[in-house]
Design a protein around this ligand. Structure first.
Ligand code: UT7
Length: 355
């Protein structure tokens, strides 16, 4: 696709709940074990919101962190896109709430939903608005609070998810400096029944008569089918996005996949011939944070100097819808706060609980 302007990512940020829930903690809720969860998923712990935390709050925190990384003010943002499946309310949109909180008074704001692939879809939409010359700075946020939609008596699902928000800042560049090298988006609604949350939709049973049905108001998943879908979807998306970028898989320095399950990530990397040290993961410490997981994984890796800058990265997502997609980006952005970033209160807090 030909764009009038180039785009590049200039910031990444995170918004995380304070509370860490370990696998051991979950053994007090369901019949499971730390060994089972870690072996089958790679997850050791996850962050879960408390009563005062919310999707809007986490998204705002991630936005502020990404703006600080980029060294820019909120009032220079012209578009806020929030990818979420678990907003605080049907409306106002999370994006509008973030827009107000960060003082982006000139910005247009809207939410969009592509489940765990949402951040890839949102990045692509942001690139379109920049590429067409409409906006120069776009804030793209992925946030999910799945803990409010989980059946905490269902061991098949409640062990998998964590809450969190991740954000990117996109900026217009000269065409010659374009760093959003190639994208690939897919959807297949025929698999919609494999992963769904009926809660809050118009088909959700009305609570007025017999009350909500506990088996239908929570996230439902056919884990095995999603697993099979994912191990094929990730390699396809990586190959197609690299082809769109005019490069090959061998030209990628890092793959930053949706953090659902370490076995899915390893199987996909093996199929692509991508080495372990090229795969960016933090599923062990955050679980599956859905639309937030890709920026959160990259945020963790950058903070710990685990990725070299500049580098070529393939961000790749998959999830409910079904949806899947990928974006190949050249990453040159460094944290404008310098050392301040690693000594911030939030960073210290995260380090204390995950290392
Ligand atoms: O963003 C996308 C979101 N979803 C996903 O990415 C999910 C993809 N799928 C997966 O990650 C895996 O399918 C799971 C981790 C969900 C499950 O792993 P699995 O190897 O496919 O296990 P399974 O579903 O085949 O279950 C094996 C056994 C079953 O027991 P039986 O029937 O063999 O006696 C389950 O009841 O493991 C049992 N089981 C558990 N045991 C202890 C399921 N959950 C648990 C648990 N603790 N938490």
């Amino acid at each position: 696709m030909k764009f009038a302007c180039g785009a590049k990512i200039i910031g990444v940020g995170a918004g995380l709940p304070v509370s860490v829930v370990t696998n051991e903690d979950l053994t007090r809720l369901v019949d499971t074990s730390d060994e089972w969860i870690e072996t089958r998923t790679g997850i050791k712990e996850r962050r879960i919101v408390n009563e005062t935390e919310s999707a809007t709050g986490l998204a705002t925190e991630a936005a502020r962190d990404a703006l600080a990384y980029a060294g820019i003010e909120g009032d220079t943002i012209e578009l806020v896109i929030v990818a979420t499946s678990t907003p605080d309310n049907l409306y106002p949109s999370t994006a509008c709430q973030v827009q107000a909180a960060i003082g982006a008074s000139r910005a247009v704001a809207f939410d969009m939903e592509a489940a765990c692939t949402g951040i890839i879809y949102a990045l692509s939409v942001g690139q379109q608005f920049i590429g067409s010359g409409t906006y120069k700075r776009v804030l793209v946020i992925g946030v999910d609070v799945h803990s409010r939609f989980l059946n905490w008596e269902d061991r098949n699902t409640c062990i998998l998810f964590g809450d969190g928000a991740g954000a990117f800042v996109l900026e217009a560049t000269e065409q010659s400096d374009n760093q959003m090298l190639g994208t690939y988006l897919r959807a297949d609604g025929n698999g919609g029944h494999l992963l769904w949350i009926p809660n809050t939709g118009t088909q959700y049973p009305h609570a007025g008569t017999d009350g909500p049905q506990p088996t239908t108001r929570f996230l439902q998943m056919n884990g095995r089918a999603i697993y099979e879908f994912a191990v094929n979807a990730v390699p396809e998306a990586v190959r197609q996005a690299t082809a769109a970028a005019g490069i090959t898989v061998d030209d990628i320095d890092y793959m930053v996949p949706h953090q659902a399950n370490i076995r899915i990530i390893k199987a996909a990397a093996d199929r692509l011939g991508i080495k372990k040290e090229q795969v960016v993961t933090n599923v062990d410490e955050m679980g599956n944070t859905s639309a937030a997981s890709i920026p959160l994984a990259l945020w963790s890796a950058i903070r710990r100097d685990k990725v070299k800058i500049p580098s070529t990265m393939c961000l790749v997502g998959f999830g409910a819808g079904l949806t899947w997609g990928s974006a190949v980006v050249k990453w040159t952005a460094v944290d404008k706060r310098g050392d301040a970033a690693s000594t911030s209160e939030k960073a210290e807090k995260a380090e204390a609980s995950i290392s």
